[in-house]
Design a protein around this ligand. Sequence first.
Ligand code: FES
Length: 580
Amino acid sequence: MAFRKAEWPRKLRSTEWFGGSSRDHIYHRSWMKNQGLPADLFDGRPVIGICNTWSELTPCNAHLRDLAQRVKHGIYEAGGLPVEFPVFSTGESALRPTAMMFRNLAAMDVEEALRGNPLDGVVLLAGCDKTTPALLMGAASVDIPAILVSGGPMLNGWFRGERVGSGTALWQMSEAIKAGTMSREGFLEAEQAMSRSPGSCNTMGTASTMASMAEALGMALSGNAAIPAVDSRRRVMAHLTGRRIVEMVKDDLKPSDILTREAFENAIRVNGAIGGSTNAVIHLLAIAGRVGVDLSLDDWDRLGRDVPTIVNLMPSGKYLMEEFFYAGGLPVVVKRLGEAGLLHRDALTVSGGPVWDEVKDVRNWNEDVILPADKALTTQGGIAVLRGNLAPSGAVLKPSAASPHLMKHRGRAVVFEDIDDYKAKIGDDALDIDETCVMVLKNCGPRGYPGMAEVGNMGLPPKVLRKGITDMVRISDARMSGTAYGTVVLHVAPEAAAGGPLAIVRDGDMIEIDVESRRLHLDVPEAEIAARRAAWTPTVATPSGGYARMFAEHVQGADTGADFDFLKGSRGRAVARDSH
Ligand code: FES
């Protein structure tokens, strides 16, 4: 069913600034005209923001100003007035302590920029991991028409005849060096090969996952997620997005019309089919919180449980985003879910029509990249949500990236109190650890780190690696990079810094994990657990000031999306007061 269109022409929000002859209207228009804008551009046409996360400190987004020009072409062509503006850019590769600490800050920046300015709609330009959820969260809280266009992934990396996947290869090579199977010179040589073009990580890491989530939610045009950054079709996508937002404003097609419960359910299933990042769990919970959709961790487990992972991309599989695009990209996956009865076909997208209309005629051009169901990487592709006395509010594990033989395991805990403790001990061959142990890392959750760093996929001890072992069970309240892999239990909630049971685990405790029954159990008598918890005192100090303090005081648990308590919900587009 097509979206019910609003009456057009009608008076838009931007006319409150530009549409009259009062002193204030003249003031608003005149200053804009210092950019050389002709008078007829203020005739009541849609004013469209281009919200740009361009930054040379976010290399994955460093090409976005070029894409913004393409968006502008489309907006002008469709009869709108484009205005580009920058927002805080959360670059994954350089920003410390972790880009995740600034996702909510960026979302606040977006929200206030959209509400406070004379905008009728917005094109969200994102790329690197956190930029996508930050923009969607901010736009959802203002609820003006919004559409996202991604920067697109880097071209395939190639090194010594092999594909080099962003992040995934880095983890593999650093483990190979510790195991003595790769030279430092080879590692340095691979450095340039990993990143050979503009764009975001070329694996199905968090950036590609979130681009796929935006498309699956209906917030980007069909086909947006996979087009490589440097392919001319990426520019076409930006151009078409610019055209489309003008029509969305005329129709008043808003995020709250698109981001329904059905949209989130579609996205969760798509995440299972693509073998997407565990980070998507946190980000979708946070976006849902902004639009008042009651999404929970259990929805992730329930909806993703029987979705086979059919996209054969690293870190779960073999190929990279470039090949995914050539095979047909995300529309093929969405169509497959629709054919399997795992899609809400009527879910509305930015196109103004149902998602099924966008995908029903697409074809799969490479069945080794997008696999037939009987050749799926795993039949249980969703995110497994584990619970038990070690994670009463839940923890997550990505089955497609885990080792089958460790999915049911009992082992002795080797505990690291924080990431510094881990770094100090892990390289020491005297550490009492072998491959049957369970590595436990504390104080890396939203409050503990702070920001919830991607350190959950702790590297294995060198003495274990030298035996040729490549995986062990690891448990933490941290996140892990979407490019990482292993039998890694993440996002344990409540986190250790908030006094969750993870805080009281000690060396030598026995831990049981059973993914099939979704169980995570600390095999310590209840009385002993109670005694340890009673004696527990916080070890992580609250930052003394600045944004870090605000973050620590207001961030919510990973199990609800790690948003700030005061940012949940939509605050709408109305401005409280005009200053003039
Ligand atoms: Fe930016 Fe991976 S570091 S997308």
